[in-house]
Design a protein around this ligand. Structure first.
Ligand code: ATP
Ligand code: MG
Length: 390
């Protein structure tokens, strides 16, 4: 039991977040809408969350003074990205309630620990080997090739990953990432990808959003579609049950995203977890009666969790910086006014000053009474923005 367990914090209390990116910004928006004060720790003066928070502590994530100020200002603290140093969370936990706990975040930060947890929970994941030494590299079974070498830590958006066909390519790939601890995963024949957002309270109560179907392009989430008939019902209940068992097995408090692969044969395989709201859950802001960010506020403030209800079919388009360069090397604002003429379009921009290729600038949620309408509008919006059809 933590020295500072999560307890009920009435509106008017201050909720803190480590990290000032877009996820922190949307957490801040949700918290403020419910009458909470907010504190963000991020060194970047222009960080998306820092800009909208009541308090912005501008220090690094490991700065003891910054962490002490965050703890002093906040009645409870959460995190918005998994690479927040687990030691920082542990330091905060000495002073105030922290959710998710450092221990759970540490599992999500390390692909080897993460996979061991999946195995413990009895949820199938891709066949894999941990590679930390030259001996382990030499001992890798040929069954795991072709495969994907992933650094155990600090990967995101497909970074820190190398696809390898042969043992020689594997050895070269491991050298190319600096021989840091890695996981080699067997390359699986994917039919599709999906994910589930779970929220778990300090009392163990668990709710989840509907299962999302995700399309990745170049290792980055491009499109999420969520509506009835999108996925076989047997699969969605299996994914939800697996996600809940993964959260419960960590004694998790907060919002957790569990990403899955569905293989060609229809079987479900867990890919990875993120100890926070996730890009694939953004549709919930406009298509559900409780968003993933409100769920995060509720878990942190010890508020009750009720099962979210999706009231509209939804498609989410990620808005990457590339869209600003659809017409050449000078950045141009995408045609928002034309996009927003389309019914059921909801624009979310993160307030980032500079557009860059591959940078997440915002997302567009499209809601409609039917899946067909949501898809049709999303395809029109995509065409206006220069996003390839899906
Ligand atoms: P993010 O943090 O953005 O989710 P990531 O860098 O953590 O990405 P993964 O989720 O591990 O990366 O992989 C990125 C994508 O690569 C997956 O969504 C999937 O499309 C593909 N991929 C990863 N592992 C495998 C595998 N074992 N077999 C087939 N495809 C895979
Ligand atoms: Mg992923």
């Amino acid at each position: 039991m933590s020295a500072h367990p999560i307890r009920y914090l009435p509106p008017g209390s201050t909720l803190g977040v480590l990290g000032g990116g877009q996820l922190g910004r949307m957490f801040v928006h949700a918290a403020q809408a419910m009458g909470y004060f907010t504190a963000v720790l991020d060194a970047d003066v222009e960080s998306p969350a820092g800009r909208v928070s009541h308090h912005h502590i501008q220090t690094g994530y490991e700065d003891p003074d910054g962490l002490a100020r965050l703890a002093a200002l906040s009645d409870a603290v959460t995190t918005e990205f998994e690479n927040v140093p687990a030691v920082s969370l542990a330091a905060l936990a000495g002073q105030c309630p922290v959710a998710p706990a450092a221990r759970a975040v540490a599992v999500a930060q390390d692909r080897a620990q993460e996979k061991a947890h999946f195995v413990r929970c009895g949820v199938p994941c891709a066949p894999y080997a941990v590679i930390e030494t030259a001996e382990q590299l030499a001992a890798v079974s040929a069954d795991l090739l072709p495969g994907i070498l992933k650094t155990a830590r600090l990967g995101y958006d497909g970074k820190g990953q190398v696809r390898v066909q042969t043992a020689a390519e594997l050895a070269a790939a491991w050298a190319s990432v600096g021989s840091v601890p890695c996981v080699l995963e067997k390359m699986l024949p994917l039919q599709l990808e999906c994910s589930v957002i779970v929220a778990r309270g300090a009392d163990g109560a668990t709710v989840h959003l509907p299962v999302q179907r995700n399309l990745h392009r170049d290792g980055i989430l491009a499109v999420t579609e969520v509506y009835e008939g999108n996925l076989p019902p047997a699969l969605t209940s299996q994914a939800a049950a697996a996600a809940i068992s993964i959260a419960s097995g960590l004694d998790y408090v907060g919002v957790l995203c569990v990403e899955f692969f569905v293989l060609q044969d229809g079987s479900l395989v867990v890919n990875e977890i993120a100890p926070r709201p996730h890009n694939s859950g953004h549709y919930s802001q406009n298509a559900c009666d409780i968003s993933q960010f409100e769920l995060q506020v509720r878990t942190l403030a010890g508020l009750p969790l009720t099962q979210p209800r999706q009231h509209s079919a939804a498609v989410m388009l990620n808005l990457l910086g590339d869209l600003w360069f659809a017409h050449g090397e000078t950045a141009q604002t995408p045609p928002w006014a034309e996009v927003l003429k389309l019914p059921g379009t909801h624009l979310h921009l993160y307030g980032k000053t500079l557009a860059k290729h591959g940078r997440k600038m915002g997302h567009l949620n499209i809601t409609a009474p039917t899946a067909q309408q949501a898809r049709a509008t999303a395809l029109q919006a995509a065409a206006l923005l220069g996003i390839a059809p899906f």
